[in-house]
Design a protein around this ligand. Structure first.
Ligand code: SAH
Ligand code: SF4
Ligand code: F3S
Length: 465
């Protein structure tokens, strides 16, 4: 198995320098791509003989996987680094590492180099595979090791992975982003789009299926770009079609899709493939065509509405979710009203809403007419209120209907209830036996909240819809 090949290559040298048996703790900030990278870091550490720890305080290695998408995410890291200084003072042998998107920004690396001297190792988003050498160098030479160069842009297949869950797994299918939305730092820290070969993805998913995984989520900053850079003639719709054929996998999710790249073929594949969940996360960002153009999004408000209409015509029960940014430079009350109008017209099942955050190095950071924070705060609250009402109403419409739920385990809020997600990705809680974990069962909805649904299991044959 590939996991062992990797381990063999490195474990001996690392064991010799006593990384073996060390307890590690990984703290992840950011999106699912980062979560998936953390699973690979866990895989590498464990292949080196390290043991996962449940607490940072009792660990020998602490790795922070960072995010640079908004200022808050960055502040969080520096806040934590301050606190970790104490841990390092108490235990000078503690190895403190930083990786992730912030570490692909030279200014952040320099700040850590000069001001946070208790950080021992740093590696960039494309250098995860170098972790064994980096650790080796740090331990054997007793010096700080910063390895953030990312010029190669090679996809590293076969890294060991320790998945957080044993039912649902993330599978990154395309790295990087070519879109350069003017507000966004991601293309600068994650590099250009690189698709994995279809055969590598299918192999990984078949192995997940063999291990008993039921659901996989395909990840990428823009999954619809999948295949454009490959020699093989393929696209994202083909990939979904192929994964749908894999025995054992029961659900396929994917995110994120860019509206400019939604094809009729893709809509048909979502409709026709039984295992592909009827859920589309389609970031709108703004409802104003003027703002969308300044964002470099390549669609108008009308075109967005046309896409969602076409999707709903073909797949009436599809769940639609989105991302919205308020307060992009130059956004007027009128532009914001356009966003609210599209929200009310599409009626998303849910939305991630963000206050615009200025990212140094992006074109939007240099734009005139940055919006004052009071106005951003006001618009943000109004947007939230509108969306929360819609989310709740959409959930209320589901009362009496039956949804298929992949049972994940006992509900954290109520130990008498099980919890899982519907095909549309809504949390569903219901009374039931813990032995149902891992099964997909029909639940009739009888109560709802803004963020979740509640119901009862029904027996097959009892269905009304
Ligand atoms: N590739 C995805 C997601 C990128 S990051 C996409 O294109 O939609 C997730 C979300 O963060 C984005 O959809 C956007 O809504 C938000 N975001 C990105 N940069 C931001 C910024 N500078 N300020 C506020 N929100 C931002
Ligand atoms: Fe950022 Fe736009 Fe790429 Fe998404 S598509 S990661 S928002 S540049
Ligand atoms: Fe953040 Fe990097 Fe994801 S910037 S949102 S962790 S790709």
């Amino acid at each position: 198995m590939q996991e062992n090949i990797y381990a063999e290559e490195y474990s001996e040298i690392i064991k010799n320098i006593t990384a073996s048996g060390k307890k590690y703790y990984i703290f992840t900030i950011g999106c699912q791509l980062n979560e998936n990278d953390s699973e690979k870091i866990a895989g590498i550490l464990s292949a080196l003989g390290c043991i996962k720890s449940e607490s940072a305080e009792r660990s020998d290695i602490i790795i922070y996987n960072t995010c640079a998408v908004r200022e808050n995410a960055e502040k969080k890291v520096f806040g934590h680094l301050g606190k970790l200084k104490k841990l390092k003072e108490d235990n000078p042998k503690l190895i403190l590492g930083l990786c992730g998107c912030m570490m692909n920004q030279p200014a952040s690396v320099e700040k850590v180099r000069n001001k946070y001297k208790h950080v021992d190792i740093i590696f960039g988003t494309q250098n995860i595979h170098l972790l064994p050498e980096i650790l080796f160098k740090h331990i054997s030479e007793n010096k700080r090791v910063f390895d953030v160069q990312n010029t190669q842009e090679i996809i590293r297949e076969g890294l060991p992975v320790i998945h957080e869950d044993d039912l649902k797994a993330w599978v990154t299918v395309i790295y990087g982003c070519n879109n350069y939305c003017t507000y966004c730092i991601v293309p600068y820290v994650r590099g250009k789009e690189r698709s994995r070969k279809t055969q590598d993805i299918l192999k990984e998913i078949r192995e997940l299926s063999d291990k008993g995984y039921k659901e996989i989520t395909l990840l990428g900053q823009n999954v619809n770009s999948y295949g454009k850079d490959l020699e093989e003639h393929t696209d994202f719709a083909e990939l979904l079609y192929n994964i749908n054929e894999i025995q054992g996998i029961e659900r396929i999710r994917f995110m994120t899709s860019h509206p400019k790249d939604i094809s009729e073929k893709l809509i048909s594949v979502i409709k026709d493939c039984r295992k592909v969940c009827k859920h589309l996360h389609l970031p709108l960002q703004s409802g104003s065509t003027k703002v969308l153009s300044a964002m470099n999004r390549h669609y108008t408000g009308e075109q967005y509405l046309d896409i969602t209409d076409r999707v709903r015509t073909k797949i009436p029960d599809i769940s639609l979710t989105t991302d919205i940014i308020v307060g992009f430079p130059g956004e007027t009350d009128r532009d914001f009203a356009d966003t609210l109008a599209i929200m009310k017209s599409v009626r998303f099942d849910s939305a991630f809403t963000f206050k615009y955050s200025k990212r140094t190095g992006t074109p939007a950071a240099r734009m005139q007419e940055q919006i004052p924070s009071e106005i951003i705060d006001r618009r943000f609250l109004e947007l939230l209120e509108v969306q929360n009402k819609i989310s709740r109403e959409k959930n209320e419409e589901m009362i009496g209907s039956v949804v298929e739920v992949l049972v994940e385990g006992i509900s954290k809020k109520n130990p008498l209830y099980l919890t899982g997600r519907s095909e549309g990705n809504k949390v569903v809680n219901f009374p039931g036996d813990t032995g149902f974990r891992g099964r997909i069962l029909p639940v009739k909805i009888n109560r709802v909240q803004t963020w979740s649904l509640e119901g009862n299991l029904i027996k097959t044959g009892e269905r009304s819809n």
